[in-house]
Structures are given as C-alpha cells and as structure tokens.
Design a protein around this ligand. Structure first.
Ligand code: BGP
Length: 471
C-alpha cells in the first residue's frame, strides 16, 4: 500500500480560468482579461466579448454547487487561486477591496465545511493589469512592496482558514510568457535579458518575503514554490546532447535552487556573466533568500521534452508553455503535448534527491475533446476512458516514486471541472471530471454534468489509490 495515510487528494484550478465576474464587486482588470486568445495570442486594449475568461465557468456565482460536486468525489484538498485584482483592483491601491476578501472567506468556509483543505496560489497568471501598464510588471522593484501588501492582507484575513499557500504559479514560465507570468508589457522579442532576469530576481525576493511574512503571521502555514516541471532528456546519448539537456534543465532548475536552497547556483552566475546580464539586487536580498526557503516544493507535470546539440534536429514541439524537441518514443495529446507518465516518477525522484523537501503534485491532467452523450447521474455524461487511462498511468508512477522513498504530500489534478484553457483560451480543451456546458464561441447553458472519470477518481480517493490496481 504505497499512498501514505493522510495523502491529500484533490483538484487544481485558477481564478482567472474559472471565476468569471471579471468586473464585479470592485474587481480590477488583470492581464488575463485582455488576452482573449491565450498566453501566446494577441493582447487587447480593453476586455473584448470573445474572451471566454470574462465569464469563465461562472464559479463566482456557482461556487457553492461546484464545491459540493468536488467534495462529492471525496477531495481532501482543493487548489484555487486568489485573483489579486479582486483584493487590490489596481495592484498599487492603499487599501483592499472588502467585497473581494468576503468572496474568498465564503469559499474557504465552505471548503472546510465540506472537508477540503484549501491550497491557495497567491498569483496564478492574473496580475492586476495596472501593474503591467504602469510599472512593466515584475521588472519594477516596487512590485515587491505591492505584493507584500497583498499577501500580508491575505495571510492576516485567512489566518486559520488556509494552511497551504503557493507563491507564483509555474514561476519559471516567465522565461517564455513574460506578460502572462510576469505582467511585463515589453514584447518578448524586445525584452532584454537583464530586464527579464531583474524581473525574476524581484519575484524571487517577493516569494521569499511572502514566506517570511506567512511564517510570522501564522507559524502553522506551509508555503511552497510552484514550478512548471518538464524533464529535458538528451535526444541521443551523445555527450553533446547530454550537455545540451543539462543546460536546458538548468534554466528551470535555477528557480528551485533559489526557492529551496536560497541561493543562485554557479551555472546561473556563469550564464549571467556570459550573457552580460546585469541585475541590481537590493541590500539584504541575499539574506532574505537564504533565510526564507520554502517548506515544500510543488509543481505541475504534463510533458517531458528532449534537447539536442545538433542544429538540424533542433525542432520545437508543443508543450505546456515551455517546449522542446519532441521525443520519438512518446505519443501526444490532441494538442501535441507529449505524454510521459514515467517522467513524473523521474521528476519526483530528481527533485527529492536534490532538495530533500516534501513534494506536492499540484497539476497533472489531460486536455482533450469530450463528447456529451445521454447517461450518467446528471442525465448527460462523457465516456472519458482516455482521461481515466492518462491519470491511472500517472498515478501508478506516483506510487512508484513513493515506493522509491519520495515523500509526496498530495496530488491535485488539473482541472477537476472543465474551465478555460490557459495556453489557448479554449473551452474545448477539457480536463475535468465534471463537464461544463460552454463552447468555444461562448454559447452553452453552463450546466454541469459528471463524466465517467468522476466516479473513477472518487473510487481512487476512497481506496487511497488501491483501486488503481483493479483489473
Ligand atoms: C498550466 C497552468 C494552468 C493550466 C494548465 C493546462 O500551464 O498552470 O493554468 O491551464 O497548464 O494548460 P492549458 O490550459 O493551456 O491546457
């Protein structure tokens, strides 16, 4: 029996992809409200009707029913994010928006009534738009102060209600999507490496500061970093490819080194030197990072990729924001993301070997097209055996890692209920155990229907993973 007692089972979501109500009760605009085509798409000046996130799946008004459906699967944890712009509409406001705070009070209270521990991301691709426009996002050190005010408000307000916080969602994705991840308005092709790494440094300082403040306000709080994990394998066993893969991995591992060990790794100093990257840390930053490492490491896991030193083979496939050379041994999802369950076992072992911090898988799942048919407990359903088999394969690898001796705190699948995709802003890229009747053109009743995977996951949770071995 591999999954330990108390293993946290649940699902993961983000405010901007689910809540809707983008301008209700004093909420300000976030960067997501002006990116109707997803992270790599165009930006608009003001929100446009074709942006599905403005309504999302209307969680803001349906949270009670939705939380009940999730708890119905036996969830013991529910990952969600707080929309920063609901609490500080412009990001740089002096005082918080009470209505925004009240909303999350209600959500957290219901989570507890239903037996689910909230796992809260403080910043999940939804930086207040004003901070992007006025300060160029995290390139400006003043954001550390604004973030400090926001997190202090949140930690104080929800003291006793939230015990697990994550600072920045997929913090390393800023390398690829600086606007979505870092509120950086400068187009990526014009952004200097110095500005990019200054923004990263500012986020690292803000993350350490948040960890410090959380522990001061409530020593019971556990703070984790959240990285986009994506093992990079050498395309061949040529030593050149091995080094190419090592260098690609370093770009992402740097974020873990800083969060878990509190210092910039040597290879990063070299990279900065060789690329003439100039950043200006504040006095005291070194100590701040050193003294406030995270309590645990959380990560998303969807894909692995390859790297090669051979320019002729250096193509780029699709994959969760950060991509790489496709692996000839793996199959892909309908969106071209390569599926590699063993990569999850590998990642868990790798992170544990290096950092010796408890690990939490806070995103993993299959984005697929679903067909609604009559049946199921709600009159309509989806026979999503492909999703069940994806999750089963991955969870069996989590079990292997636990057998390997890796301490895994929990698993929250992305996303337990269909919501708007981050990369493509589609509804049709569905991840849920619960179907939401909304289409890419915005039509649909928003009704919820439990899919076949819903009963399957319920049983996995109820048996603490033992049913994964059912014939
Ligand atoms: C991660 C994000 C999520 C989520 C997920 C699935 O990158 O943290 O917000 O959306 O991937 O990606 P997508 O929605 O693009 O399919």
């Amino acid at each position: 029996m591999a999954f330990p007692k108390g293993f946290l089972w649940g699902g993961a979501t983000a405010a901007n992809q689910m809540e809707g109500a983008y301008d209700e009760d004093g909420k300000g605009l976030s960067v997501e409200d002006v990116t109707p085509r997803g992270v790599k798409g165009v930006r608009t000046e003001t929100p446009t009707k074709d942006n599905l996130k403005l309504i999302g799946i209307d969680f803001y008004h349906r949270y009670k029913e939705d939380l009940k459906l999730l708890a119905g699967m036996g969830f013991t944890v529910f990952r969600l994010s707080i929309a920063w712009s609901r609490i500080f509409p412009n990001g740089d406001d002096e005082t918080p928006n009470e209505k925004g705070l009240e909303f999350y009070d209600k959500v957290f209270d219901i989570c507890h009534e239903l037996g689910m521990e909230p796992l809260v991301t403080l910043s999940h691709y939804e930086i207040p738009l004003n901070l992007a426009k006025k300060y160029n996002g995290w390139t400006d050190r003043r954001l550390v102060g604004f973030f400090e005010r926001y997190v202090r408000t949140v930690f104080e307000r929800y003291k006793g209600k939230v015990h697990f916080f994550l600072t920045f969602n997929e913090v390393n994705s800023i390398l690829e999507t600086p606007f979505t991840s870092g509120g950086i308005s400068t187009p990526k092709d014009q952004l200097s490496l110095s500005d990019l790494y200054q923004a990263i440094h500012n986020e690292m300082a803000a993350s350490a500061l948040a960890t410090k403040i959380a522990h001061e306000i409530d020593p019971e709080i556990k703070v984790g970093c959240m990285v986009l994990s994506m093992p990079v394998y050498p395309l061949t066993c040529s030593p050149d490819d091995v080094i190419a893969a090592m260098k690609e991995n370093h770009k992402n591992e740097m974020f873990l080194e800083i969060h878990a060990r509190g210092r910039y790794p040597g290879y990063m100093k070299r990279y900065m030197r060789e690329h003439q990257i100039q950043i200006t840390p504040e006095p005291g930053d070194e100590k701040l990072l050193q003294e406030n490492t995270v309590d645990f490491i959380s990560f998303s896991y969807y894909v692995s990729v390859c790297a090669t030193a051979d320019p002729a083979k250096n193509t780029r496939g699709e994959g969760n924001l950060l991509g790489g050379v496709p692996n000839p041994y793996l199959k892909s999802s309908e969106w071209g993301w390569q599926i590699d369950p063993q990569g999850l076992r590998y990642t868990l072992n790798d992170f544990w070997d290096r950092y010796q911090k408890p690990l939490f898988i806070v995103e993993n799942g299959l984005g697929a097209k679903d067909t609604l048919i009559p049946g199921g407990p709600d009159g309509m359903t989806v026979e999503d055996d492909y999703r069940i088999s994806y999750m089963k394969e991955h969870l069996l690898q989590v079990e292997e890692a636990i057998e390997d001796g890796v301490p895994v705190m929990g698993y929250t699948s992305w996303a337990p209920i269909d919501l708007v995709s981050a990369s493509t802003a589609q509804m049709s890229k569905r991840y849920g155990f619960i179907y939401v009747d909304r289409n890419d053109d915005g039509s649909g009743s928003l009704a919820r229907y439990r899919k076949k995977s819903c009963a399957w996951y319920k049983r996995v949770i109820e048996t603490n993973g033992r049913s994964l071995h059912d014939k």
